[in-house]
Design a protein around this ligand. Structure first.
Ligand SMILES: Cc1cc2nc3c(=O)[nH]c(=O)nc-3n(C[C@H](O)[C@H](O)[C@H](O)COP(=O)(O)O)c2cc1C
Length: 453
């Protein structure tokens, strides 16, 4: 069954994001990969041929010239996934949309549209946005602190899900003989009034095939964990070890249980990077060659993003990591905790950069070695699946051609699709329209009677 096998996502990062900034220099990667829809479609079809659960598009809405190349020039996730939807049949399509810089009505409408276009394959990665500079692009005076952004995210999700309940199944009766286009008794207003949003509803698009597209959450701060426990179907993470991944899963499952959710509903899917060759030694050699001096400048820029743009270029790389004022609201909290621990232990700036590059699961080795590690993570309860960052085409090809068949042979991954929707692939239950389930306790929107001829 769907839950008995591991889940695979492919993160499409074009010319290379912070996880692989020099990817654009690989001659097999088109120089315009991040804005080239043919490239996204090609990679999505390849993922679909290997029966991946979904492709995933990360996003943000603020840059400086030092940001990773993919961030500088990339397609907007829902627009690009609509094109990918039309060129694929089965694979799930997970889009990142920020709750800090979007309104629930827009989010609900755009995701329902993608779900309709794709026949039930849309998913939403809920983010609160980590770059305070984003405020400057959205007519805001400030980015908001963690508590505020996560409270807003929670309320946004509640409103979005409420809007997705606007229509019961078959509400658009489209009966030419009656004549009646809409059955008003099966259309429902939302009337949401909260701290951040006022949303009357109903949504102006019918119930989509999944009704409720799956929700993903990746923040791992205290507030992020609570949001996952309350709202997420899937938790993405950067985990460095099985211990760390197990702690995260146990903690979020406990939080979910405490508020009455079935903790086993949640899927934990850490990020994965791979370098694959015929032998472990060969793979290690390739990995070493790829770590070039150019990386230092890029890694300093990535570090700067965690400190709201602080310029690290003038610092001595081999001196202890400097004590810096930092904005509480910038970056990823876990990275800051790591940096603070390193600073206290007297680790140098270079040491911090090297440790940050190792801040997630990177597997280097032969296809068997990679498959063994994935099996170990899966069977130890550290992961329900993996979110593979699609970096060098050679590794992507080997992962599909060599690693996936081993996983299939071991009974760890599907050899063919058994479902048509993303919910189906992930083994998530279908959620009935709450008004239908509740016997229409909410008042339907009042409409004029249809004109009788
Ligand atoms: C796999 C993964 C993907 C993420 N994708 C995005 C993204 O596309 N856009 C974004 O703004 N943040 C993204 N994030 C960041 C988180 O959503 C969150 O904002 C960040 O981890 C800071 O919150 P925290 O301190 O609660 O962890 C991602 C995180 C992970 C682990």
């Amino acid at each position: 069954m769907a839950r008995d096998t591991l889940k695979l996502g492919a993160v499409l990062i074009g010319v290379g994001d912070a996880s692989g900034t020099e990817l654009w220099r690989d001659p097999q990667v088109p120089l315009d990969a991040s804005v080239n829809i043919d490239w996204y479609v090609k990679q999505a079809r390849e993922a679909e041929d290997a029966h991946f659960d979904f492709v995933f598009i990360v996003d943000s809405q603020y840059i400086t010239p030092d940001f990773p190349n993919h961030h500088l020039n990339r397609l907007e996730p829902l627009t690009l996934l609509s094109a990918v939807a039309y060129a694929t049949n089965r694979i799930g399509l997970v889009a990142t949309v920020s709750t800090t810089y979007s309104e629930p009505f827009d989010i609900a409408r755009r995701l329902a549209s993608l779900d309709l276009i794709s026949g039930g394959r849309a998913g939403w990665n809920i983010v609160t946005s980590q770059d305070p500079g984003t405020a400057g692009n959205f007519s805001r005076s400030g980015h908001g602190d963690y508590d505020t952004r996560y409270r807003r995210a929670d309320e946004a999700v509640e409103a979005v899900q409420g809007l997705w309940h606007s229509y019961e199944e078959g509400a658009f009766s489209r009966d030419r003989t009656a004549p009646r286009f809409l059955d008003p008794a099966r259309q429902h207003r939302l009337d949401h009034r909260g701290e951040f949003f006022s949303v009357t509803g109903p949504l102006n698009i019918q119930r989509s095939p999944q009704g409720q597209p799956p929700l993903v959450q990746a923040g791992t701060s205290d507030q992020g964990r609570d949001l996952s426990a309350r709202r997420a179907d899937i938790v993405f993470s950067f985990a460095r070890s099985t211990d760390e991944a197990i702690e995260l899963a146990q903690d979020i499952r406990a939080r979910a249980q405490a508020i009455g959710r079935d903790p086993d509903e949640l899927l934990f899917i850490p990020a994965l990077g791979v370098t694959i060759a015929d032998t472990d030694e060969e793979a290690l050699q390739i990995e070493r060659q790829r770590t070039t001096a150019g990386d230092i400048r890029r890694r300093l820029a990535a570090l700067s993003r965690q400190f709201d743009g602080h310029d690290f270029s003038g610092y001595d790389l081999d001196a202890p990591f400097p004590e810096l004022p930092r904005s509480e609201d910038a970056g990823i909290r876990r990275f800051h905790e790591d940096i603070e621990n390193a600073r206290r232990a007297g680790v140098t700036l270079r040491g911090v950069l090297e440790a940050q590059a190792l801040g997630w699961l990177r597997l280097v080795g032969s296809p068997e070695t990679i498959a063994d590690q994935l099996q170990h993570w899966y069977e130890s309860g550290a992961a329900d699946g993996f979110n593979l960052f699609v970096q060098h085409p050679a590794d992507w090809d080997r992962f599909r051609a060599k690693v996936v068949p081993i996983l299939v042979e071991r009974g760890l991954f599907r050899g063919q699709y058994e479902a048509e929707t993303l919910r189906g692939h992930l083994g998530l239950p279908f959620i009935d329209n709450r008004h239908a389930a509740a016997g229409q306790s909410n008042p339907p929107v009042r409409h004029l009677e249809p004109i009788q001829n």
